[in-house]
Design a protein around this ligand. Sequence first.
Ligand code: NAD
Length: 499
Amino acid sequence: MDPQIEAYLANYPVTDAAREFLDGPPRMFVDGQFTEGQASGTRAVMEPSTGAPLSGVLLGTPADVDVAVAAARRAFDQGPWPRMAPNERQRILWRLADLVEDHAETLAQIETLDTGKAIGPCREIDILGSADLIRYMAGWATKIEGATRDISAGDYFAYTLKEPIGVVGAITPWNFPFNMAMWKCAAPLAVGCTMVLKTAEVTPLSMQYFCRLAQKAGLPDGVLNVVTGLGATVGAHLSAHPGVDKMSFTGSTVTGMQVGLASVRHFAPVTLELGGKSPMLAFPDADLQTLAEAARWSVFFNTGQNCSAGSRLYLHRDVYEEGVAALTDMLAGLKVCEGLDPACDIGPLVSAEHRQSVARYLQMANADGDVLIGGGLCERPGYFVQPTLVAMSDNRHPLVQEEIFGPVLAVLPFESEDEVVHLANDSVYGLAASVWTADGARAQRVARRIDAGSVWINCHDVGDSAMPFGGCKSSGFGKDLGREQIDHVLRTKAVTMAL
Ligand code: NAD
């Protein structure tokens, strides 16, 4: 292990299981086996708080995807999983959720070391939230139902069957590696699909550990296959693979378009969970303290690497100064430090490349905006940047239009309801939004007028396994979570029998 990583770990109660895992070699998980497959090599996985090498990721190849898809196909066509009694499948998923809970500390530590994120929220939201999601989706296993139809065509018995869609391909991003993978896996597995999942190349570790738990829970071989490698090779091959019956992608809008086109070429339906630049709209009667706290848990949560971050705030002119003061107070209280520190609010960004990208936006903020707090890089090892609040006036500026994916909040004033609805909708994205007002009628009116997949009223980023999540416009289409996701992984067969 790298001496810098050793020194970092020495300060915290890292579990034996996490240490043992980190000392092990990188692997893919195919057909129930941990394997090197036909990888072309290994790439270093860096620890973001130190910038030192932590582990490695196998650079899988298209041949590895072929083997994984064939395993998933066999498991779907011949294996027990889709044929299993729903309550038995459900029991295995409950066991898996229990194992995630039992290993929550180890999983959280691995995830924090891989991504840099703060350990507290990582444990609660990324890991334990995922256990909750597995249980929620397991509940659907026993509630799949078609319908009988009283048809006019004649003397027939007509009904619909709901069947698992088949082999699901999934590709996940680096910002919530474990949680996003669970968003992708829990629903397909619950209904009897089999899967091939590709993790992001910068953050492969937690899913490798999870595969041990899947084995232990009794998931049959080939039901869940996890491949690693670069997007342009492994990801592109998976999304274009004719053996995949349904694709589910979470990541950037640019990649999402490529995945969407590749999937449609072989007629696989696709879910695209893409980027966002979600507005928060605060009217004069908004509770500004609650708003500041919500901003902390959306745009500064996960160091701003959050797709639904409320990263542009429209504050009514009457409460503009007061709102900015509440935000600067909140920001001044945030602790920026290494992710394993239990007091960490803001950890480093995920990679040196991403830090460079956020740094470019910070330069723009200093050049074209009025930086109210933050605005720079942190002078310390690792990929840290300062949480930043910047006052802007031009709604078309890249700081207000583009997804920065860092701890940067742009604030703009407005005067009327029509104006702020126009400003909020003036975006290529449509992932999420929040409306802040004590006036219930106004909240309802504005919520209806906003183009977004999720609208929160007097809160932001409140997620739940039961609530569908997914955007419109360049934020993609289709839903993860909720019963809506179950519909995406079932196909409907219409059966008509002459009587
Ligand atoms: P990314 O698009 O660069 O990568 C996402 C995944 O796609 C990675 O696994 C990558 O290897 C793979 N990939 C890259 N090129 C590919 C190709 N040509 N074909 C197939 N796969 C390819 O995104 P990222 O930088 O990892 O993640 C950040 C983005 O994810 C942000 O835009 C964020 O908003 C978005 N995101 C969206 C949601 C949501 O639910 N809407 C949730 C989390 C993150």
